[in-house]
Design a protein around this ligand. Sequence first.
Ligand code: PLP
Length: 302
Amino acid sequence: MKNSASKICNSPIELVQFQNQKIYIKRDDLLHVDFSGNKARKFYYFLLNEFPTVKKVVSHGSNQSNAMYSLSVLAKMKGWEYIYYTDHLPSYLIENPQGNYKHALENGMQLILGQPTPKREDIEDNETLFVVEGGRQAEARVGTKVLAQEIKLWQKAKQIEKLNIFLPSGTGTTALFLQKSLLEIDSRYQSRVYTVPCVGDSAYLMLQFKELDENVLNYPLIIKPKKKYHFGKLYRESYKIWLELQHEMGIEFDLLYDPLGWLTLMDNPTIFSEPTLYIHQGGLKGNESMLARYQRRYGEDI
Ligand SMILES: *Cc1c(COP(=O)(O)O)cnc(C)c1O
């Protein structure tokens, strides 16, 4: 296992231009061919450590989640059985497996449909690891700390005294642990984390932070989106900015979180008063199904 763990290493940082702003991008989408993005960071603890008695991993969540897919890769690397609880599967997905769902099945994921959400205390034992939906748990600190160290080292090498960092949030685990770790390393170089809630509103995200850390000083700054967005719904402006990002930078971003991330970042140009780093959190396997939906909805009419 040490070999595959060491393959998850320092992702590159690129300077790009978008809508006339200069922006650095942390390419966590390039961490590893199969195990990338923020789920690779969050699950790094499990990759790094040996679990001699463990034979299977159990998790739960939606039928197209990036975490579901990344766990299937981890389970395969570790030789673990992988059981995943989800509340429903739409018939189009059963008939046309695609995206995270398809690739997780190919990696051996066993689905349990329509059962109540499993509880850690009923699942976890010597042979079984339980991973909560989206990886919102303390173990995520280990990999996010490595991410923070990579960023700080780069920031120092570049002599950037104040850095603004932007990333969109789901559970907020990555943003919170990133800010916390950055505050612990070398305070001469400041790094401020900004985030936008993509699942639920700012109050929900605040609650998520609170569950992971009592200390409000460690919290990232939450920026509200310009209007209410429903997670997983299609928006013309989301598709539009996603196409523009690809066109201007030649970088493919995720279609669930990144459009709202970029729309919100570009709506708040004061962030660019300091050098700004956007974190590409991967999730590209999920684009297969999202892109098909967008193309069915809007086609070339954009
Ligand atoms: C999971 C995910 C997020 C959200 O991460 P949290 O730690 O839950 O906030 C953002 N972007 C992508 C691409 C993801 O896969």
